[in-house]
Design a protein around this ligand. Structure first.
Ligand SMILES: Cc1cc2nc3c(=O)[nH]c(=O)nc-3n(C[C@H](O)[C@H](O)[C@H](O)COP(=O)(O)OP(=O)(O)OC[C@H]3O[C@@H](n4cnc5c(N)ncnc54)[C@H](O)[C@@H]3O)c2cc1C
Length: 394
């Protein structure tokens, strides 16, 4: 038996013994928040995976990882999928800020923050967007000024996902207002549990409220908590965005993405609502769109696999923009097909008249419209692909 096969057998045996029944199948995946109480099996799974180093399987052992190589990582994911296990931990800690610190932080920052991320001891929010700085992120105006051994932050961020549950926030701030706009920015690590940070939720079209506005009023940060150097935040912040986009694209191998494969509801829903005629989907236009959707889904999976194999880091560079975009467009096409096939049942909103599973599909359709906006819009990704991948002129 070769080494990888031995690793597979050992992993399978360990998972069979240690993965509790309550985390096999759909359900909540922790983001490390100290404000959310976990179900007993979810907590146990997290603790066992932390001990094994498998919340961040590819990270160095000294920071809480298991130093798995890419092949071992793939085997771990396959074995998690085999038993339909949920990831033990997800979110901006293990997927965005953790790998950014690992790549661009100094030794003291790695020692201070990475074990905290790996152990899920604090959820992170992302403080990038501002009312006047979304796609044009470099126009941000939240300022951080030096005062003794601290940075003092003033300003506000918007669309900060999950901020009400988060313990920390990484914030792009203007640290040198007199420099050209891309050169005077820094990425600061901020403890949200302080009087200078205030969070206010925003309600979404889907009825949920995961979004917030976050206000900084003389918030304080120790001088050393600037990642990648003062005024180097544009470079650091862009790399973090690649980790975010890779996560949206399903090609970030930093955290453990876990094994749960979402059941494909598109074919199933079309069969239920459109029905069959002569052994084929009754509506020819829907038939054609379903075929195209399923071909694109298969192509997307192969592209994801190739992107992971080709990347030397835990997330690829500009490839992340392309795979994020095609993934988002494909998911949205699947949701559109579902809602169209459901006809008027797809547009019911009142829980008193709509069946629970239909309402869930409608909410998913509305919710996932964000996929071509979050992490940089469709147009911004196309600009990046044109400039950075295809080498087209500005
Ligand atoms: C679900 C979700 C979660 C989010 N979570 C966070 C978070 O946690 N933290 C955070 O900081 N932000 C978050 N965001 C914000 C997100 O990053 C921004 O919404 C996004 O970058 C777009 O910025 P904007 O909303 O200001 O739109 P704008 O930048 O105002 O864009 C408006 C429109 O103009 C187009 N446009 C703008 N510039 C160009 C250009 N140069 N070329 C072509 N078209 C252009 C855009 O594509 C878009 O269609 C989240 C957004 C969503 C939807």
């Amino acid at each position: 038996m070769n080494e990888l096969e031995t690793f597979r057998q050992e992993t399978r045996a360990w998972l069979d013994e240690n993965c509790p029944p309550g985390v096999r199948g759909p359900g909540y995946v922790p983001i490390g928040s100290t404000k959310i109480k976990l179900e007993p099996d979810t907590r146990l799974w997290l603790e066992r995976m932390i001990e094994k180093g498998w919340t961040v399987p590819g990270w160095p052992k000294q920071y809480g990882g298991a130093e798995l190589n890419k092949d071992e990582y793939r085997v771990l994911i396959e074995e998690l999928q085999r038993i339909n296990a949920r990831p033990p931990l997800t979110g901006r800690c293990v997927n965005y800020i953790g790998p950014t610190i690992l790549e661009m932080g100094d030794e003291a920052q790695k020692a201070k923050w990475l074990p905290v991320c790996a152990r899920g001891e604090g959820a992170w929010a992302m403080g990038y967007s501002e009312p006047g700085a979304g796609s044009d992120l470099a126009s941000l105006s939240t300022r951080a000024e030096r005062s003794g051994d601290r940075w003092i932050i003033n300003g506000s961020k918007i669309w900060t996902s999950d901020a009400t549950y988060c313990d920390y926030i990484f914030v792009l701030c203007r640290t040198s207002p007199d420099k050209p706009k891309h050169e005077g920015i820094s990425l600061l690590l901020v403890d949200m549990d302080q009087p200078g940070v205030r969070v206010s939720p925003i309600t979404l079209i889907s009825g949920d409220s995961t979004f917030c506005e976050t206000f900084f009023d003389n918030a304080e940060v120790p001088l050393e908590d600037v990642v990648g150097g003062v005024d180097n935040g544009w470079t650091v912040g862009k790399r973090l965005l690649q980790f975010e986009r890779s996560t949206h694209a399903g090609i970030n191998t930093s955290g453990s993405q876990g094994g749960r494969v979402e059941k494909d509801k598109v074919r199933e829903t079309l069969l239920d609502y459109v029905g069959l005629a002569d052994g084929r989907l009754a509506d020819s236009s829907m038939r054609e769109r379903l075929t195209r959707f399923e071909m694109n889904t298969a192509a997307q999976r192969l592209t994801q696999k190739r992107a992971v194999e080709e990347s030397k880091a835990q997330a690829p560079g500009f490839t992340s923009s392309a795979v994020k975009l095609t993934n988002a467009l494909n998911v949205k096409e699947g949701d559109e097909l579902i809602v169209e096939a459901m006809g008027s049942s797809g547009l019911r909103w009142d829980p008193a008249t709509a069946a629970a599973d239909e309402l869930a599909k409608t909410k998913t359709w509305l919710h996932r419209k964000h996929m071509t906006i979050a992490g940089g819009t469709q147009e911004v990704q196309m600009n990046i692909i044109a400039k950075r991948v295809l080498g087209l002129p500005d």
